[in-house]
Ligand binder design. Sequence first.
Ligand code: SF4
Length: 352
Amino acid sequence: MAKLHERDKNLPNRLLRWFEGSGRTLPWRQGAPRDPYRVWLSEIMLQQTTVVAVIPYFEKFIKLYPDVYTLANAPKDEVLGHWAGLGYYARARNLHKCAKIIASDFGGIFPKTEAGLKALPGIGPYTAAAISAIAFGQPATVVDGNVERILARLYGVKVPWPKSKKKLYSLAKDLTPEVRPGDYAEALMDLGATICTTTAPDCPACPLQGDCLAFQEGLQTTLPIREHPREKPIRQGIVFWLEDNGQILVQRRPDKGLLGGMLEFPSTPWSQEEISPGAAKPFAPVKTDWHPVAGEVRHTFTHFHLRLKVLKGETKTTGHNGQWLMEKDLMSAGFPTVMKKVAQHVLGEKKI
Ligand code: SF4
């Protein structure tokens, strides 16, 4: 710990004492020190996803792949299929790639340092710091949106986010203790999730209240200030639902890019301009009579909203090199959520 004001010196200890009595019990928090495989798996799953959504996926993965070798040896498509519904599928591809590297090049042992971890697929600065601190007890500075929110309030930082990021990181670095840095990182995560929440901080229950400038100034729900977020753009496209005797044509997306490597129904590119059914036909998998399905499918990705219309056709002949799936097998095929929505939209009340 360096450069701390007098009032901050006991702050990590107070947080740790609170954590001992009030920390969350989570399935990846077993044993001391923590199992690096479990910490890594949970941290990858938690990237841009809530704890509540992650828990069932984590438990499923630990049952299917109890260690890094079983995950590394599983077929990639199987892993992607089990990931379906958790979103941000690049994480699943990188998870599998990383498991293979750890199994083949590192003898099954994760590197301890942030630098070593950051060199692996899917591990950015935050995840590297979290694994290094929680699994290996390294005094790494673990900063995500939750930690930034707590620190902005604690220190009364009024510079709007994201301009304040550098300052908040420097405050976090100064506070990080040499002793029990992993518990400290988990304690901050828990404080952000249960007490110092985004919209309703429970200051009377907060172990840091005595040091909190936002609380003293009545600014706990005002801070952190955010620069006005940009509206997400809307993209649009047309999906081709091709049937042949109870089977539906699907294809795999290219490995790189959005939903890389995942199954999809063929479609036009997704663009900001609306595309008419006539203009969509050159993108169709085959020449046949295409009929519009009423309504549209809506889905929101991190950076844009998507609106999809569907054209339905039927043919036995196709020069298309996709694959045919039985209608009843669609839900278990490992589609990303947006494509499940397409299937539900077309099939309506039918069980899939
Ligand atoms: Fe957050 Fe309130 Fe605690 Fe300050 S006192 S850190 S605003 S919960």
